[in-house]
Design a protein around this ligand. Structure first.
Ligand SMILES: Cc1cc2nc3c(=O)[nH]c(=O)nc-3n(C[C@H](O)[C@H](O)[C@H](O)COP(=O)(O)OP(=O)(O)OC[C@H]3O[C@@H](n4cnc5c(N)ncnc54)[C@H](O)[C@@H]3O)c2cc1C
Length: 454
């Protein structure tokens, strides 16, 4: 069949937008076009809030495509292959994924389509520069962030893709596997007026970006670490769902002068760096890239469950840690500085392996992104690439004094902080720090083959 014959099918993945979308652009280049999203069994392990959010995003996307998107239950391979048969689409277009599960999924879809005499074509990715592209002169990966970022800047990225012409979009017939998005959208509660409502409409996200570039970005370089001032972009949620592409964000920041935009771009470079690390080391999704303690040093059993639950529920007696964990519980988002503090507290004060904290974040974060979550946890734990050294242990009290000096953030999320109802600290930070550093030293010596019993 020729390239322009039949329907162009867009398999929507983590690129749930109409604008700046190369895969949609290709699919709509035909006489007839449609879009399909696979509501896979993995989604049922998400938090209710994240499921509700996805449903609202898909609802808006379907409206934006004039009804041309079907959302069906099943594995991606089954759903996409069946949709391609139904639409008589010789070619399916999709954005390329680089995470281990995304790669396995696109391989399965490609195989199912080939078995049917059809083809999967991948174009674009969720990153400004696709993982694996930025390499040293000898073709190997960068292990340190700053040279990666410099090479990343030099490599540059494409301009946003032209707008797709949606006149070719047509609608689907009803199907047994259709997901009721109205019903799914009822999951999770976004009615709390304080919660900064994650926006579902693409045009709202674009105007939010415009507003941020016209205002907040100026203060970004100096205020981004202050959870009380809430001056970061809040773009992580639309970026995670692909409601906006990083190159659209970078194109907007490039037009603004000053330190703010440059620091902001550097954060987006971290996003690409972490994806690059996971691409080169797929095992980093579960395994530490470097060892910091001996296996037996980590807390296990009932004691670990008790302290883990106190951390999870925001009852540690450390106000900044508890404020962060409650913000996460109540909104599905947490400020970056506080994410670092709570993660350090779990791993280094409570001696709980980073994977357990990462699993909790996976279930609760609205902006959950496999590469960003796992590699940021590894960064804090001191086990990742170019990570914070293990001996850097955040002091949750001085961090609060420095980054929430008037206690506005803490008082917002822990209103009982100054009353007898607030729990006492579950550990003595000073003691925990000394013990953890001693364990680290011992483990290091053991690794170097120098360990001698006391
Ligand atoms: C333990 C831990 C877990 C994390 N898990 C995730 C996650 O699952 N998903 C996620 O998107 N971010 C994660 N982050 C990174 C960061 O906390 C969020 O991206 C940021 O708080 C989002 O808020 P914002 O959009 O207002 O950020 P801004 O400060 O406005 O930054 C702009 C964008 O840059 C990117 N960015 C900023 N900081 C980082 C960073 N440290 N690493 C990678 N990208 C970054 C994000 O895409 C962000 O939207 C995690 C950080 C830590 C310490």
């Amino acid at each position: 069949m020729s390239d322009s014959a039949g329907t162009g099918l867009w398999w929507a993945r983590r690129d749930l937008r109409v604008s700046d979308n190369p895969a949609l652009l290709e699919a709509t280049g035909r006489a007839d076009a449609r879009a399909i999203f696979a509501w896979t069994p993995a989604i049922h392990f998400w938090s209710g809030r994240r499921i509700g959010h996805l449903a609202r995003v898909l609802w808006q996307l379907r409206a934006g495509l004039g009804g041309g998107l079907a959302v069906r239950r099943g594995s991606a391979a089954d759903v996409v292959a069946e949709a391609a048969r139904e639409a008589d689409a010789p070619v399916v277009w999709a954005a390329r994924e680089f995470s281990p599960s995304g790669v396995a999924e696109q391989d399965a879809v490609a195989a199912a389509l080939i078995a049917d005499g059809r083809e999967l074509r991948l174009t674009g990715s969720p990153y400004a520069v696709a993982p694996g592209r930025v390499t040293k002169a000898d073709g190997t990966e960068y292990k340190v962030f700053t040279p990666f970022r410099n090479a990343w800047r030099q490599h540059g990225w494409r301009a946003p893709a032209p707008a797709a012409d949606l006149t070719a979009m047509s609608t689907w017939s009803r199907h047994d596997g259709d997901v009721d998005l109205d019903q799914m959208a009822a999951h999770g509660d976004t009615s709390d007026p304080w919660v900064r409502h994650p926006e579902f409409r693409e045009d709202r996200i674009l105007s939010h970006l415009e507003g941020f570039m016209a205002g907040g970005i100026e203060r970004y370089a100096t205020e981004r670490d202050r959870p009380d001032l809430d001056s970061t972009s809040h773009l992580s949620i639309p970026l995670a769902f692909g409601q906006i592409h990083p190159r659209t964000v970078l194109a907007a920041s490039a037009a603004v002068r000053g330190d703010g935009p440059r620091v902001f771009e550097s954060e987006l470079a971290w996003r690409d760096f972490h994806a690059d690390v996971l691409h080169h080391h797929p095992s980093a999704r579960r395994e530490s890239l470097a060892s910091v303690l001996s296996e037996e040093d980590w807390l296990t059993g009932r004691e670990s469950d008790e302290v883990f639950m106190a951390w999870r529920d925001g009852r540690t007696g450390f106000p900044l840690v508890d404020a962060g964990m409650r913000q996460l519980q109540q909104t599905g988002w947490m400020h970056n500085r506080v994410r670092m503090v709570v993660a350090s507290f779990l791993v280094k004060d409570l001696l709980i392996p980073w994977q357990r904290g990462a699993d909790h974040f996976r279930r609760t974060l609205l902006d959950y992104d496999h590469a960003q979550n796992q590699l940021n946890w590894q960064w804090v734990a001191g086990t990742g690439r170019d990570a914070s050294p293990f001996f850097r242990i955040f002091n949750p009290t001085t961090q609060a004094e420095k980054f929430d000096p008037e206690r506005r953030y803490v008082e917002r999320w822990v209103p009982e902080v100054d009353t007898p109802a607030y729990p006492s600290p579950i550990v003595d930070h000073k003691v925990a720090r000394t013990e953890t550093l001693a364990l680290h030293k011992r483990a290091k010596a053991a690794r170097a083959g120098e360990h001698r019993p006391d």
